[in-house]
Design a protein around this ligand. Structure first.
Ligand SMILES: [Zn+2]
Length: 468
């Protein structure tokens, strides 16, 4: 299921066949469509369409091109309209210094006013920015500072993600700027430009920014993807764009569809978060969610927040028996790897893990354990010899080479657990075929020192994973 988060189906270009276009979208798996407004009249049409057609949602707002015509009265009407049924955001709003169809001071006035409307009504925003990123980000930062409670109710309590406040549609910036915006609670979306021969920075963003911070859009009727470039675009073409982004992310198109659908759910409240799963697929690997319990409480972990990975809800209410997991796996040889991961620490359920892993090995599959390396402390014995033969690869969270910092990041006694983790890693290198150690990409962690420690002192493979 795909969500087109930006399609102007209220555009005149769809007057002749709007219903057909929506049906074709559904047939292509694009089940939900968000239609932004460009001025007051278009916003009214967007609301009307959304209230009439299943799967359609509206944003209301004044586009920077129309800013000069949007006086106090029009902005008051937008604010009145934003509480209508099926309105999910204020948009599209922003700054366009490329066309300059409205004077820049008028654009800034309308943009700031509508950020205020969104914040006061606790709605997210859909932002258009062109050749004005610096000014756009400045006004966004000002709104975030002026309204500290904006959208905080939409974020999960205890979650590590910032409150979801909006999306920069047709994002023209660099991956670095996209990451900066992610830290403020803003996603970016990429239209068919990613399929163009000259995609500008869009393909870099598709490659380098976590899928959690990306949304899908067609920007219909504009920006039709290759091979339809130059024709009227429509939401049914969204899977072409998703495919390109999936390739850039080294994910399957299902992974991108699910992850971005969850992103749209978080931001707009449309669709559903999905039921908790005990096994979940990413690329061609199958992940096993044995437990959501953990002996650590890492500052960067979202276990106590949403506990969602690439759109998979991992918040299980009951820990599965080994037999249930085995039944859910099906044919283990059909996957690249069967990975014990989850948001909890798998070695807390050592016996169940060993039973499932042995079954996987007996049926031609390969296994991996993602662990904090505290399994020996948790089980009060050296468990590594028990893993030999049923676990092919192990990935250990190193987090830091400094025991004090290690303890702070994982919120436990570093002087006790750091040496235990190192001992586990040394045993794993001795007894298991493949050992990887990872750190989270945090400014305060010394990456180079961690790499040397892993490669030279432990003899494992080093890997860095993004903060969020
Ligand atoms: Zn648009």
């Amino acid at each position: 299921m795909f969500i087109d988060t930006h399609a102007h189906l209220t555009s005149r270009e769809f007057d002749a066949d709007r219903g057909e276009v929506i049906r074709r979208a559904r047939d292509a798996g694009v089940t939900l469509i968000v239609n932004p407004g460009t001025d007051l009249e278009d916003s009214r049409r967007a609301v009307e369409l959304a209230q009439k057609e299943e799967g359609m949602y509206a944003c209301v707002g004044v586009h920077p091109h129309e800013a000069a015509g949007a006086g106090d009265e029009a902005l008051r009407a937008i604010e009145d309209l934003c509480t209508a049924r099926r309105v999910v955001a204020i948009g599209e709003i922003g700054l366009d210094f490329h066309y300059d169809l409205s004077p820049r001071d008028e654009q800034e006035r309308a943009f700031a006013a509508q950020l205020g409307i969104a914040a006061r009504n606790d709605l997210p925003v859909v932002i258009h920015t062109r050749e004005a990123t610096e000014e756009t980000v400045r006004l966004v930062r000002e709104a975030v500072a002026a309204y500290p409670r904006w959208r905080t109710a939409a974020a999960s309590p205890g979650g590590r993600f910032p409150a979801p406040k909006g999306v920069f549609h047709c994002f023209p910036g660099t991956p670095a700027l996209a990451w900066e915006l992610a830290g403020l609670g803003f996603a970016v979306s990429l239209p068919g430009i990613v399929t163009f021969k000259n995609p500008g920075s869009a393909l870099d963003v598709a490659r380098e920014v976590s899928a959690e911070h990306l949304l899908l859009e067609t920007d219909s009727p504009y920006l039709a993807p290759v091979p339809h470039r130059g024709t009227r675009n429509e939401p049914a073409r969204l899977p072409i764009i998703a495919q390109k982004i999936a390739e850039a992310q080294h994910l399957s198109v299902e992974d991108i569809a699910r992850t971005t659908a969850y992103g749209a759910y978080r931001l707009f409240g449309i669709g559903s978060p999905g039921a908790p799963s005990i096994v979940y697929r990413l690329r061609n690997s199958l992940y096993i969610n044995l437990t959501i319990r953990c002996n650590a409480d890492c500052v960067f972990c979202d276990r106590k927040g949403e506990a969602v990975i690439k759109g998979h809800n991992l918040r299980i209410e009951r820990e599965p028996e080994a037999a249930e997991v085995i039944a859910a796996i099906g044919d283990p040889a059909a996957f690249d790897e069967i990975v014990f991961c989850g948001y909890g620490e798998p070695t807390i359920r050592l016996e169940a893990m060993k039973e499932v892993a042995s079954w996987v090995k007996a049926h031609g599959g390969r296994t991996r354990l993602n662990t904090d390396g505290h399994g020996n402390v948790i089980n009060k014995r050296n468990i590594v010899p028990e893993l030999a033969g049923c676990i092919d690869a192990v990935s250990i969270s190193l987090n830091s080479t400094d025991p004090v910092q290690y303890g702070e990041l994982m919120r436990l006694d570093g002087s006790r657990f750091f040496p235990a983790m190192v001992e586990f890693a040394r045993e794993a290198v001795r007894l298991l075929p493949r050992v990887t150690m990872t750190i989270v990409d945090l400014n305060e962690v010394d990456r180079e020192r961690a790499r040397r420690f892993v490669e030279e002192e432990i003899g494992a493979t080093f890997y860095t994973r993004p903060f969020f």
